[in-house]
Design a protein around this ligand. Structure first.
Ligand code: COI
Length: 356
């Protein structure tokens, strides 16, 4: 499919703000990619056009029944001034798995990737310099646009990609975060949509996050819905525990997000011959190991969060202080390795990086 382009004249283009911290997802670039779908034509007319509001029918099915999925990946400015994408096809493939789970149409990956590259070339100046871990966050999204109130799969959709120059996701930056372990709320149930990157999962997580933040915590750690003992994931990241003789992360059992950073970390740990187990782990096991002095580090992984050290866990009124609340050695090593690959500073033996 040919990608049409409609580009703003130079005098209407804005530029990357240099005077203030970028934060996360607050500023958007000049253009976006849009591509509609209907049952007759399928996906058609992909177009890069100026960033701006959509017009939606008030009966658009996404507004009522929540058929909405999204992805998150990043474009990085290399030292050679080139633009690097990290595992973009893995994100698009995951988006298609989310689409299938939500009865939404799958995307033509080649066309979307060509559209993403065209969009990035047009808004290339918005990819920030690498200072303090800045990058251009890429947000592909798909929503049901058909007007109708029957509960069934919609027959019309809109796919779009918007871009946002970002800094660190957490206000703490790379400093350890304080996590609240909730057994009051759950994020996902077996057989549900926990492994799909669908908007409703995030909507359902907000109340627990707000309550945790009111108590001074950064994020929530979710436990399984059945027994409320097994560790699942943190609000916006997967989680790893480093014990004295092994590293453990919960398995992809259908209720957690199959993180691309999680997968990359598992491969780096294997490259380094470190013993890793993807297995169920209870929160009691984590606290008990900490009491025995065997819990060395805890960290989260995610596109937005990158590698995020966890300084403490709070559960049922008890606190588990990890590594004296300091950044762990392994988290730092992983952060350095991963970001060196992402910014094109280092050899990429897995073929993860695509230079534009
Ligand atoms: C990402 O890490 O890209 C995510 O999608 C998390 C986001 C909800 C902030």
């Amino acid at each position: 499919m040919e990608i049409k382009t409609q580009i703003l004249p130079p005098d209407q283009r804005r530029s990357l703000p240099s005077d203030k911290a970028l934060g996360f997802g607050k500023i958007f670039t000049d253009h976006m990619l849009v591509m509609p779908y209907d049952a007759k034509q399928g996906w058609h007319e992909p177009e890069v056009r100026p960033y701006g509001p959509f017009s939606l029918d008030p009966a658009a099915m996404v507004l009522h029944y929540g058929q909405a999925i999204f992805e998150g990946l990043k474009a990085y400015r290399g030292q050679d001034d080139g633009i690097y994408l990290f595992r973009p096809l893995a994100n698009l493939e995951r988006m298609n798995r989310s689409a299938t789970r939500m009865c939404m149409p799958t995307l033509p990956v080649e066309t979307v990737f060509a559209g993403l590259k065209a969009l990035l070339q047009i808004d290339a100046d918005w990819v920030p310099p690498a200072d303090n871990g800045a990058s251009l966050y890429v947000r592909p999204t798909m929503v049901a646009t058909e007007a109708g109130l029957g509960v069934r799969p919609a027959m019309e959709y809109l796919f779009f990609i918007i871009l946002s120059p970002v800094g660190a996701y957490y206000p703490e930056g790379f400093n350890p975060v304080k996590i609240y372990v909730t057994d009051k709320y759950v994020r996902a149930v077996p057989g549900g949509v926990g492994e799909a990157k669908t908007a409703g999962n995030y909507a359902a997580s907000i109340m627990a996050a707000v309550e945790a933040q009111q108590e001074g915590f950064t994020q929530v750690l979710w436990l399984d819905a059945k027994e409320r003992r097994l560790v699942e994931e943190v609000g916006t990241m997967n989680i790893f525990f480093v014990f004295k003789d092994r590293i453990v992360t919960p398995p992809l059992s259908g209720t957690i997000l199959p993180g691309i950073t999680r997968d990359s970390v598992l491969r780096l740990l294997a490259d380094w011959n470190l013993p890793v187990e993807e297995r169920s782990i209870t929160i009691d096991e984590v606290f008990a190991a900490n009491e025995r002095g065997e819990l060395r580090e805890v960290f989260g992984t995610g596109t937005a969060a990158v590698i995020s050290p966890v300084g403490s866990l709070h559960y049922k009124g008890r606190d588990c202080l990890i590594n004296r609340g300091k950044i762990g050695e392994l988290a730092l090593r992983l952060f350095n390795e991963l970001t060196a690959i992402q910014y094109g500073r280092q050899a990429d033996p897995h073929g993860w990086v695509v230079r534009l």
